[in-house]
Design a protein around this ligand. Structure first.
Ligand code: SF4
Length: 448
């Protein structure tokens, strides 16, 4: 293949950020360490789920509130070693049956009175059976008046069959690339699975104009990754020019990632700060930073950080979470239990944890500031002013803005939060047997 952009003097893109803000103090210093250790404790303290309880139904929606819908598809053709998401190895019959139960769960949710403007399908790989996905999207539009559909996929599922079922149905397609560098693709097991960086680049290039928004997910801070290598990745993304780009720091899941991390090596905190700074410096025109992690074209507004935009959400499918009226619910991670519960007319949520209003305030402040709101609607006095003292916010009241250092501190905080959620996922997956990976009782399959 030809035309794969490589740039060795990537530093020529650097400039807009330092000169614009006058504050480039993104360092792994004592304040980042402090934020990390406070967050780790907070996550441990707050994310304590009840033992399996007999939750029979999610609460009804509260009038005047808006909700978002998240739907989880827990299947992948092959499993990446570092991945902390809830997923099983793809099995055609199980996945097809799963979609039937999922649609039944959607009907149950509509019967409770929920309506959603937007739906986000995540996984796993949402496009494992494109016909089933399309049917499920159509039902979401019919039941909930959904206007905006977002799905995640991987480079292998950018093919004519998938495009036939997604173009025209999906408003935002998010493709997990992680890196275009073959050395790191190989180390994280994605080169064999999804092809070289060059092949993946051309796949995404071909679909850029087929969807209103294409997002490319990138990862940084691989052990040993140099600024030069990251710069080349950023340069490649800039050349590709998708409508959105999200840069996540590498996170090892607490258990699954442990073995993998041993092989890969430690991802350093110092380098995380340096790499973060490089990304913010290089992601200039035509992009604007929308959250601590996400960039989009200046003319676009579609960001899928649903935790930022939506205070409450309903999660359907095995392993999904809902946050409703101060309570976080976790759906069963066993496909068998999931199907049995839906067949019995029960919610798939089996665990929950309720939060006090003060804890919700803290959580909302974190996600609003992660969404770069210097003057968040939720401002617990101590926490907000502590972040101000650390230099995360400049100015006051309506004029308050998140500083570059603040963007990094919020990135550190969200990483800790997602680590906590990974811990819960892994705890809930522990003890699953092969029976939990299949939907056995097909006599209870809902009619479609
Ligand atoms: S990283 Fe993506 S493709 Fe790999 S196992 Fe996880 S969800 Fe599946």
């Amino acid at each position: 293949m030809s035309g794969f952009p490589r740039e060795t003097s990537f530093s020529k893109g650097v400039s807009h950020f330092d000169s614009a803000s006058g504050d480039g103090s993104i360092e792994w210093d004592w304040s980042a360490k402090l934020v990390r250790s406070v967050m780790k404790q907070a996550v441990k303290y707050y994310l304590r789920f009840s033992d399996e309880t007999n939750i029979t139904s999610l609460p009804k929606p509260i009038e005047g509130r808006s909700y978002m819908l998240y739907i989880h598809i827990p299947f992948c053709i092959t499993l990446c070693p570092y991945c902390s998401f809830h997923r099983f190895k793809f099995h055609q019959e199980t996945a097809a049956n799963y979609f039937r139960f999922l649609r039944e769960e959607m009907r149950m949710t509509a019967a409770l009175g929920y309506r959603f403007d937007s739906v986000c399908f995540g996984g796993g790989t949402t496009t494992v059976i494109p016909q089933e996905l399309a049917k499920t999207i159509d039902l979401a539009k019919e039941l909930f008046d959904v206007k905006d559909v977002s799905i995640e996929t991987d480079p292998n599922h950018i093919d004519p069959e998938n495009l036939e079922y997604t173009v025209g149905r999906v408003d935002r397609l998010s493709v997990g690339i992680q890196t275009f560098n073959d050395k790191y693709l190989e180390r994280i097991g994605r080169k064999l699975k999804f092809g070289s960086g060059e092949e993946q680049y051309h796949k995404v290039e071909e679909i850029l104009r087929l969807f209103p928004v294409v997002n490319v997910d990138m990862m940084y801070n691989f052990p040993g990754q140099t600024a030069q290598e990251l710069g080349e990745d950023i340069f490649t993304v800039l050349k590709l020019n998708p409508q959105q780009v999200t840069f996540y720091p590498l996170m090892y899941a607490p258990f699954a990632g442990h073995k993998f991390g041993k092989r890969m090596g430690k991802a350093g905190y110092e380098s995380e700060a340096g790499h973060y700074k490089l990304i913010t410096q290089m992601m200039g025109e035509p992009y604007i930073q929308r959250t601590s992690w996400a960039y989009s074209h200046k003319t676009g507004t579609n960001i899928d950080e649903y935790v930022v935009e939506h205070q409450e959400y309903v999660g359907l499918g095995s392993g999904a979470f809902s946050f409703l009226d101060g309570t976080l619910y976790a759906n069963s991670f066993s496909l068998k239990t999931y199907a049995d519960r839906i067949a019995g007319g029960q919610t798939s949520a089996t665990k929950s944890v309720a939060f006090a209003p003060s804890a919700i305030n803290r959580y909302r402040m974190m996600v609003e500031m992660f969404g770069l709101q210097g003057n968040p609607a939720h401002k617990p006095f101590i926490e907000y002013n502590a972040l101000r003292l650390l230099g995360a916010v400049k100015g006051s009241g309506e004029n308050a803005v998140i500083t570059p250092k603040g963007m990094f501190l919020l990135s550190v905080m969200l990483k800790c939060f997602y680590n906590g959620m990974d811990y819960i996922r892994e705890s809930m997956r522990r003890g699953l047997t092969t029976a939990d990976e299949r939907i056995m009782n097909i006599s209870s399959l809902p009619s479609d």
